[in-house]
Design a protein around this ligand. Structure first.
Ligand code: PA5
Length: 447
């Protein structure tokens, strides 16, 4: 069974200028083949996967000793893990949960960090610090504090409660692994954060929570093989759904559709909206171009931002995630007031599906080009396939824009200025800029 279907019926492809982008299929196929061969797209080639699956198997008994996994990471080092947790191990947010517990600390929140240290049992907590670069201050800063906490609570045994996920050779966290011989897993070369959920970055927490990692990887491989197998040519690329999504995404930008809604009508997969938003925004927001991703949650946001989608500025397109085979849940009782008779005796899940359809049709009627991403089932297999599909579509969209979808140079400025503010060595230009920025007459108003 296919993992899912892209429904193009309402994508308005006929009214978009797609020909110049379709014409690039041969060129992009050649580029993809050479970048895969050169190891630049490991999220597609997955050359690291077999050994990672072995390592996860070996590490499983160690993971089982812990009740809590505290993940320290940010951006691509956290968002995928959270999306998987919400999708396949939502118990922590439901009554009666007995563990395991995954805590994802992806912000600089003093009271949250203090709560972890006050309430988590250190001997039953595995602290997993995830940073490809090993130098992200928001992550490494937490690591410093949590490491001290473990040392104080566990003495010499603190090292047994640490696992570092980072580059194989470089960065501060790798130095920590070498210095203390902690457990570690590797983030492969050239695998940037937002493309890394199907590496140790996302699969370690998934394994801790007992997810079917092998099935997720199998789904991912099925979509990836069409792009990474030898012999990729223009025809094969043009037939791949990732290419069609990229052509659509790129043509929409020309037509001034500069916002892309990711509307999830699979409630447990709502967090994939945040994951997609980072993937699309950090990859494509370059040189004054791109389209702004907007994560939205069906049905919740029908009572929130949907008014703007339907009748605000006409610049929105939509990827609508659905899954018709979701469990339907209990039936509505028969003894309900007549004004609600249309749900009498129906299954609860029918309401979700009807509202998803209603919103989809309303968006289309309001001129929002829309592709329905219909999963065959809400399974790790389907999600693995979806992750690769969106990753590949994002890369191809970036190539069609003529930008590099793998970097994120603009976000560096804020980081450098924050370091300058904290007195980091060097950064003289940033320090001068900062002083000038602060040394103006403030225009302030109390409220
Ligand atoms: O997608 C990306 O590359 C970024 O969002 C990173 O994941 C984020 O900046 C964290 O980087 P690192 O894993 O090096 O700590």
């Amino acid at each position: 069974m296919a993992a899912g279907t892209l429904d193009w019926t309402n994508a308005t492809l006929d009214s978009l200028t797609t020909a110049p982008y379709r014409a690039q299929a041969n060129e992009l196929a050649g580029r993809m083949a050479s970048e895969v061969a050169a190891g630049k797209l490991p999220f597609l080639s997955m050359g690291y996967m077999d050994s990672l699956l072995d390592e996860l198997e070996q590490i499983r008994p160690s993971l089982a000793k812990f009740d809590h996994l505290l993940l320290l990471g940010i951006g691509g080092s956290a968002l995928g893990a959270r999306a998987l947790q919400q999708a396949f191990a939502p118990g922590q947010d439901l009554p009666g949960h007995q563990g395991p517990w995954l805590w994802i600390s992806d912000n600089v929140g003093a009271s949250t960090l203090e709560a972890y240290m006050a309430k988590l049992p250190p001997e039953k907590t595995l602290v997993v610090t995830v940073s490809k670069s090993g130098g992200t201050i928001e992550t490494v800063g937490q690591y410093f504090i949590i490491k001290k906490w473990l040392m104080e609570k566990l003495g010499d045994a603190w090292k047994d409660n640490i696992l570092l996920v980072t580059d194989a050779n470089n960065g501060f966290l790798r130095e920590e692994v070498n210095r203390y011989q902690t457990m570690s897993l590797t983030v492969p070369d050239n695998l940037g954060g937002r493309y890394s959920v199907l590496s140790a970055v996302g699969l370690l927490p998934a394994a801790f929570l007992g997810m079917n990692v092998a099935s997720m990887v199998a789904g991912a491989r099925e979509v990836a093989k069409g792009l990474s197998a030898p012999g990729l040519d223009g025809c094969k690329l043009a037939a791949h759904p990732a290419f069609e999504l990229a052509v659509w995404g790129r043509a929409l930008m020309d037509a001034n559709f500069d916002e892309m809604i990711f509307f999830s009508y699979v409630p447990a997969m709502a967090s994939f909206g945040d994951w997609f938003a980072q993937l699309w925004a950090e990859s494509l927001g370059k040189q004054g171009r791109g389209s702004q991703p907007i994560p939205a949650v069906g049905v919740t946001d029908q009572h929130s931002v949907n008014q703007m989608f339907l009748d605000g500025k006409r610049n929105k397109s939509c990827l609508l995630l659905s899954c018709p085979s979701l469990p339907a849940g209990p039936r509505f009782p028969h003894d309900i007031p007549d004004k609600f008779d249309y749900v009498r005796g129906k299954e609860y899940g029918e309401l979700l599906q009807a509202e998803g359809l209603g919103t989809q049709m309303a968006l289309c009627k309001c001129g929002v080009p829309l592709v329905e991403v219909r999963l065959s089932e809400d399974s790790p297999h389907a999600v693995g396939a979806m992750i690769v599909l969106f990753g590949a579509a994002t890369i191809l969209t970036g190539w069609l824009m003529g930008i590099n979808p793998l970097d994120q140079p603009a976000v560096e400025l804020g980081k450098r200025l924050a370091k300058a503010r904290l007195g980091a060595e060097g950064l003289e230009e940033e320090k001068a800029d900062l002083a000038a920025f602060l040394n103006v007459t403030r225009i302030e108003q109390e409220f």
